[in-house]
Design a protein around this ligand. Sequence first.
Ligand code: GDD
Ligand code: GTP
Length: 408
Amino acid sequence: TTKAIILVGGPSKGTRFRPLSLDVPKLLFPIAGKPMIYHHIEACSKVENMKEIILIGFFQESVLSKFISETSKQLNVAIRYVNEEKVLGTAGGLYHFRDIILEGNPSEIFVLHSDICCAFPLNDLLAFHKQFGRACTIMGTEIEAKYANQYGCLVRDEKTAQLLHYAEKPETFVSNLINCGVYCFSPEFFDIIGKTMIDLKTSGQNITTDYPEITRKGFDVERLRLEQDIFVPLAGTGFISVYPYVGFWRQIKNAGSSVYCQELYLNHFAKTKPEVLKKGSNIIGNVIIDPTASVDPSATIGPDVYIGPNVKIGKGVRVIHSIILDQTEIKDHACIIYSIIGWQSLIGVWARIEGIPNYTPFLYSQDKRRGVTIFGAGAQANGEIIVSNCIVMPHKQLDRNYNNEIIL
Ligand code: GDD
Ligand code: GTP
């Protein structure tokens, strides 16, 4: 059997998702019509003999319990949440909960970051992991060289697939093959993590200024980074393989990036499950419309749009590259482009709400002049105004034009 772990982190890490994360934790934000980590769980549920999916993080369990029970039923897979009492790092939680993870003797364990989108080719990753027989396989993908230093960079032996060198967010160019945040472990990798941790502790090396509090108090055995503390020393020692993934992949770091990730998922669905996409003479490209939404037939929707439950879309409305969330109303002839309209919002007649697309999605240290316009929950735009490239806090009412502003 296999198991899967999703590293979900905690609420403090969702700050770049404001104002939307005020209403829903980042990992549950809807992308292509489903909560962000639903896509991960769905992929895991398709692996043969998937025994259970364990979410590790530092959320209050109540925030996740409804999602967990519904998704578990829907996809017919066991899901549970385990809580880190304190922040343990990307490897600390895995190691701390190793008994729970290894319970029932799974033969392989997938580990996934929550804040990424990709096709999650878990069956291929598993076959590759078994073929090369090392304790850990990292999924890598090639991106444009100039963005690679924002990620973990991998150097791989072409013939043997061995990881030769690992550099986390290096200052100078190392490789354009990057760590996707998707791994496959054999159970013995947990022993290797334990041993590496002890080596690290005794040698005192590698404890950098990243964690000044740890350096001061001496090494905190619990807080452990999978990247710097485990992959860096283990590169070139024969324990790790790199699986070269070819396909779409993105990080989901801020709310705006969910519009681009949605586009990638919708393209993927057009090939893998076209039945979820809406068809119609007023639909352009890939669109998902919740069955409870009402869309006037004279409105034109798409490409790359999601319209949520109980949304009302009036006559002559145009929606392009956007996410419209539950119970929002878009009045007649309004136009929404590259925007996310939060729950229960109201957009007046002939209003134009637009983002300015950023075509360098691997670069999140953004060009401030370009971005997706975001309306927090319950925000309202009066009729006939233009809101361009703005972030609107929940429950604001806008009665004039705005451009390039954060509206508090
Ligand atoms: N449970 C738990 N506990 N989860 C955590 C913790 C923690 O202490 N810290 C981070 N995570 C989770 C986050 O929720 C996210 O899903 C994932 O681990 C990685 O988050 P970051 O620590 O913010 O790292 P990053 O995104 O800047 O970079 C990592 O991911 C890239 C791919 O997206 C690195 O692994 C890079 O090498 C990699 O390229
Ligand atoms: P160019 O950018 O010069 O090509 O102009 P455009 O208006 O064709 O492009 P834009 O990206 O502004 O809009 C894309 C589409 O949205 C248009 O072709 C219209 O169908 C529609 N649209 C644009 N503005 C409005 C508006 O204010 N109201 C409505 N109902 N639809 C609009």
